[in-house]
Design a protein around this ligand. Sequence first.
Ligand code: ZN
Ligand code: ZN
Length: 376
Amino acid sequence: MVKSSVLEGVGKLRTCDYPRPEIGENAILMSMELCGVCGTDIHLYGGNMRIPFPVIPGHEFVGRIEELGEGAEGLEVKGQPLSEGDLIAVVPGTNAFCGSCYFCRFMPHKPTYCTGRRVMGVNLTCSDPPHLLGGWAEEIYVDAEHYWVYKVPEGVPAKVAVLAEPMAVSSRAVERAFAPGIPTFGEGYGPGDSVVVQGAGPIGLLAIAAAKVAGAGDIVVIDMVDERLEMAGRLGADHIIDMRNHTSSEERVEEVERLTRGLGADVVIECAGVPAAVPEGIDMVRRGGKFVEVGHYTDPGNVEINPHIVCMKDMDVLGSWAYPPTQFDTALQLLRRGMESLPLSEIITHKFRVADAEEAIRTVKSKKGIKMAIIP
Ligand SMILES: [Zn+2]
Ligand SMILES: [Zn+2]
């Protein structure tokens, strides 16, 4: 039997034993090593997203191959042969898009737009065999034909590789600022450019690490939790704006101006998911700069924005929603490279067994620690 944590309805999480599934063609049974607990999981639990219950939550998982179905050994996305015991990371969003919606037909390179998108650990129900379609379980059943499987680069341990999914989100947000434009002409993010990251939760922290590895100039972080600010500094933030000292929006904008010789930041990445951070972030961008919105993946409400500022600054306001499956490659390479100098292995601060998943959710809500993970 395989122990899993099953979300049976809003706020109803139960430990459940499923029979070990029989392996099918092109499938992989992986033993979970670590699965991150993400804001999305909290929203699933809280009923803020519509999903077909029951679901095994958890979309940020890494593990070792326990059993390979026929044909699966050749399905690693970069062509590396797979064998039992290999550490793998799986893109939770399927590559089997509906194929018939407007976005699938006209923008096949933007798979996250598909109106029928399926994501392991989010909207795949576990009611039918093989059941194990989410990360909060001792074992996970992966249909390697319809989900991208990456072999984790040599030397990257599970506690770093487990960050591949959030790093895909964060690195795409950073990449969103690359274009449109030519960095040489001061348009778009380029080496040496200044970056402000609003919010030092896991996504903000990984955005800092991604910007650092990708050659940013000064990196400024804004938050108000000691543990997060300290980690932000260790991950590459050069300047810290502590909201407990800079209590008003005006003071924080002024501080960014001071740090950028009165110009404003080349790029601001909003990772706080707080509506008020958006006009503040827009105020922090220099003329011709870019504001990237990645924090509001659910809807916490409205905020007033002065369109004149966007117009006058001739700036870009960009949304960043999830990532294409190719982004895991970027994420794993950034983690591998970043590991050499940054404390990426310390981002997971708390671990909970599958049976204690509810406690993990409570700990995330209490804002203790940096990032929680489920272990078998
Ligand atoms: Zn996530
Ligand atoms: Zn589609």
